[in-house]
Write a protein that binds this ligand. Sequence first.
Ligand code: PMP
Length: 429
Amino acid sequence: HATNAALMARRRAALPNGLGQALEIFVDRAENAEVWDVEGQRYIDFAGGIAVLNTGHRNATVMAAVQAQLDRVTHTCFQVLAYEPYVELAERLNTMAPGNFAKKSFMMTTGAEAVENAIKVARAYTKRSAVIAFGGGFHGRTMMGMALTGKVAPYKVGFGPFPAEVFHAKFPCALHGVSTEDSLASIEALFKYDVEPSRVAAIILEPVQGEGGFYAAPIDFVKALRALCDQHGILLIADEVQTGAGRTGTWLACERWWAEAGVAPDVITMAKSLAGGFPLSAIIGRAEVMDAAAPGGLGGTYAGSPIACAAALGVIQAFEQDGLLARSNAVGERLTAGLRQIAARHPGIGDVRGLGAMVAIELFKDGDLTRPDPERTRAVVAEAAKRGLVLLSCGVYANVIRVLVPLTASDALLDEGLGLLGAALDATA
Ligand code: PMP
């Protein structure tokens, strides 16, 4: 039988350096919120890929939908020969997105492609070129994705030049001293120094920054952005690649914008957990924006694969029949309560936060909020893996531990995982 070490050696010889790997583990099989490696070691999965398995590994409902599709047709290219699951999925996504206006959707394969296409439709509709994104934001590894991403190392180093007409404003983050006013002032500064508002096609933001550190956009900020967009004819794009598909306790995080402030984005991107582990992304938006591109301008060979569309319909079915939105909130409450208990004995944990089940802790040296602790963060992730818990870090300062456990995980498994996380923190204190 292969060992992790032997497979890592083959990986190093055959694959490029630039493909990072969080843990030196090769998985053999997975079930719901547990995985087993090639050496038979069991792990609790608090990562879910990277936010891809809200419905768990090999969810029975998703697997059944995929199996049924495998037995009918697996590929035609949607633009050549169409198939119903794609259309049905678009219809479902249109009704699940907030805003009392007509919506249309189309599918791609990756999150980065969804972002690319959100920008394409925004430019086609507004006939404008510029895009404003935020520091700390992450939008993918394609050229436009990198341009929009607001973190240089490791995402942009050596890969430029990037598409022009992308500008970065400050993302509000009270914990690190950036207020909503600071952030809005940074947009006004862009309008003054860099680009006139009438040239801006879109402002793109994550409702909760994912890779950037699990910081939620405050509702007063979102309200102000919507007003700014309306004033200048700019489209508001919500990148829900990481927040979407139930992670934050609603199907889309921006449903809270709608409920709390009557704000809806013009365009929304989804990927990751949308199809429960099968490659699929979606762009959902105002019908007239989505219709602006000429026929042939959108799409792709594999985009909206019948298997992935069937999987996404299975994901939506699983959410409905298993009450997974309520479960998302319950998981979030259980995790934050458990993490607060751990934080009580660990002054290095400077913050415990969550929106639904999108939960994180942030580590600082001696609990000093001006001194992020990326070294300990790395050590905790490594210690947790030794104990059988898969964790991910994130954050502009690489000092955030995030939890993206399947919403289908039992309370017992959540508690076991929290115990292992606590032990990893104890071991690195
Ligand atoms: N946008 C956001 C908010 C993301 O979190 C990610 C992936 N981490 C992407 C875009 C890119 O998605 P993908 O890796 O599927 O291209």
